[in-house]
Design a protein around this ligand. Structure first.
Ligand SMILES: [Zn+2]
Length: 109
């Protein structure tokens, strides 16, 4: 696990999105970082990703979880079995991270 939280930097956060998109093999066309009320992030089917500015204050492992979650939605639109399969493939400890994310905050994504 990385110790430095480079993802608190907006530029780095965006780079991380491109890195993951490349890794997963999905096309992301735009990345926006802005304030969102009830969500950590959202993605549209045409590859427009919006990230909550609050992510800049989260531990890197949780930010990574949010990014991967949204990008996997480009492959699977729901949270079914297939979605979980992809999550486990890319982030084997995603369920543990998700628990951490939900502990402090009740935001959905
Ligand atoms: Zn989702």
């Amino acid at each position: 696990m990385k110790t430095q939280n480079i993802l608190q930097n907006p530029t780095e956060l965006k780079s991380e999105v491109w890195r993951w998109a490349d890794h997963i093999g999905v096309e992301v066309h735009e990345v926006h970082i802005r304030q969102m009320r009830r969500k950590w992030a959202s993605i549209s089917t045409n590859g427009r990703l919006t990230l909550n500015t609050d992510l800049l204050h989260l531990p890197e492992t949780l930010t990574e979880l949010v990014i991967v979650h949204e990008l996997v939605h480009l492959l699977v639109p729901n949270h079914g079995k297939l979605f979980k399969g992809y999550m486990s493939a890319y982030l084997p400890d995603w369920e543990e991270r998700q628990k951490c994310l939900k502990e402090g905050v009740t935001s959905g994504f």
